[in-house]
Every structure is written in C-alpha cells, then in structure tokens.
Design a protein around this ligand. Structure first.
Ligand code: NDP
Length: 261
C-alpha cells in the first residue's frame, strides 16, 4: 500500500484527496491519499518521512519550504521558487511545481500568444509567469502594491496606476479578488480598457462566476476559469507519484468526475 497526502494550513477545504483517490480507484492502484494539517513549516520534512509518504502535494503556506527540503529540484520548481508536489524515492525528496504545467495545459486552446498581462504578484503569479516565459511569451506583472515585486526581478512589473501598456494577447487574473468577495482585481475602467484590447482571458479562481469573469463575458472574450489548471496540476502530480505516462486523459476525467461526487 502506498500513502500520499496533501499538506497545508488550513487543509480541511482541500479537494486533493477527493480527486486523487478517485483516480487511484479508476486505475486500480493500491494507495490511499489523505490530508495532513501541519502547523509548523520546520516539521514538514520530518512529517513526510514519519507518515511514510511516497508523495505529497504541498499547499499554502508551505510551498517554499517544500522546495527547501528537497534533495532534487526540478527546473520549474527551482525557477519559480516553490514546489507543490514532492515525491519520495529511496529516502530522497524530489520537488516539482505542477501548477505551472497545469496552467500551460489549461491555456493550450489559446493560440498565438506573444504578450501576457498577469494581474497579481503572489505565488500563483510566479508559477504562471515562469510557465509563460518558458514558452517565450513576454510577461508583465501588475499588482495593487509593490512589496511582492521583489519576487519578480526577472520580469517587468507595474502598479496598476502606473500601467502604460494596454494591449495584451491574454490577461490573467491571478489575484484572490472575487474569491470570497465581489471585487475586481483593479479599478473597473482600467480593466475595461485592457480587456477591450485583449484576445483571451484567464481567471485562476474556479467554481465561481467572479466579477472578473463577468466582465470578460461582457467583452465576449474567450476566457477560462481555474478548473482545468487545478485538474491538470493534479494529473501531472499523479503521474509523478505513480510514474505513469500514458493515461493522462483517463486520470483527468476521473479527477473531474470526483469533483461532482
Ligand atoms: P497570494 O496570497 O500569494 O497572492 C494574492 C495576490 O492577490 C496578491 O498579489 C494580492 O495583492 C492580490 N490580491 C488579493 N486580494 C486582492 C484584492 N481584493 N484586490 C486586488 N488584489 C488582490 O495568493 P496565491 O497566488 O497563492 O493565490 C491566488 C489565487 O489563485 C487564489 O484565489 C487561489 O485560490 C488561486 N489558485 C488557483 C489554482 C488553480 O489551480 N486554479 C492554483 C493555486 C491558486 P497584494 O500583494 O497587494 O496583497
């Protein structure tokens, strides 16, 4: 029997056990995926070994620590500065960031992207920015405050009020505005100006008609929410956990079905 878990604080809300366990069942694997509520980042490594995990998804606020404790760090995780997936093999920890791959898979249907605007400068923005950069897409990060720009030294950054470019192929809302409130990520007139010039839009939040998504629909922009990103990051983590390479769509369908259970 193989043991896996999602680790974070808080963790009760996580849907990872549900989606991974359904894929485990579909593929008839001998494994159990649970959740672990960790309070202290310093205990992350110790807990992974004590629980005998062969794999773990790491969520807020331990994604940076997850990278730190790893013996081997995949190029994406290293460049993003955080890991959301850990595999344990022969007492060594391998770190990956599948959020970035999940995002790239989710926007595959958006063609000919050359220039992107990311709204927000948090951990998710870091993963998305690196994913886009890895595809040769020019990225600009805009945020309401400056502090987090320190993490984006490899990118062009701007406060919303200082933005002086308004034409992008894709606009991505990576903020949590709209998650538990009815806020847009930035001032409405600015967003209208940007969206009226854009080809595509993407909202990282899923399962909710956010104000950002509503505005994109008003402009009849092809836009997606974060559901496919969530599912694909799970699929890529699952492939790494079980070393499976040829069942991508089966795993995704099973994970998607689990969300409706
Ligand atoms: P962080 O806390 O690291 O960053 C949040 C960002 O949002 C910051 O730039 C913050 O600005 C900005 N922000 C928050 N509230 C507002 C607001 N009311 N108006 C404008 N800007 C705001 O969060 P993460 O990057 O980890 O997560 C962001 C979102 O991404 C969450 O909603 C999360 O659920 C979602 N997510 C989705 C995934 C998926 O697979 N679909 C995967 C991971 C995350 P400031 O710096 O000024 O505070």
């Amino acid at each position: 029997m193989k043991f896996l878990a999602v680790i974070g604080d808080p963790i009760k809300h996580s849907r990872s056990p549900r989606i991974h366990n359904n894929a485990i069942k579909t593929l008839n694997l001998k494994a159990i995926y649970s959740r672990y509520h960790l309070k202290d980042a310093k205990l992350l490594k110790e807990k992974i070994f004590k629980l005998g995990l062969i794999g773990a998804n790491i969520t807020l606020p331990f994604k940076e620590e997850a990278l730190k404790i790893a013996d081997f760090k995949d190029e994406f995780a290293l460049n993003i500065g955080s890991a959301n997936t850990l595999c344990v093999k022969e007492n060594k920890i391998y770190a990956y960031n599948t959020d970035a791959f999940g995002f790239l898979e989710a926007i595959k249907e958006f063609k000919e992207l050359k220039k992107a605007l990311i709204l927000g400068a948090g951990g998710t923005a870091l993963a998305i920015a690196y994913a886009l950069k890895s595809k040769g897409i020019e990225v600009l990060i805009a945020n309401r405050s400056e502090k987090r720009f320190l993490d984006f030294k490899a990118y062009k950054t701007s406060l919303y009020e200082n933005l002086n470019e308004f034409k992008f192929d894709i606009v991505i809302n990576s903020t949590s505005a709209g998650l538990s409130d009815e806020n847009l990520p930035c001032e409405e007139n600015l967003l209208r100006k940007i969206l009226s010039n854009s080809k595509y839009a993407f909202e990282v939040i899923y399962g909710k008609q956010t104000p950002f998504l509503r505005l994109c629909k008003e402009f009849k922009l092809p836009c997606k929410d974060g559901l496919d990103m969530l599912l694909w990051q799970g699929v890529f983590a699952f492939e790494l956990f079980f070393d499976i390479k040829d069942k991508r769509q089966v795993i995704k369908n099973s994970m998607q079905a689990a969300l409706k259970l």
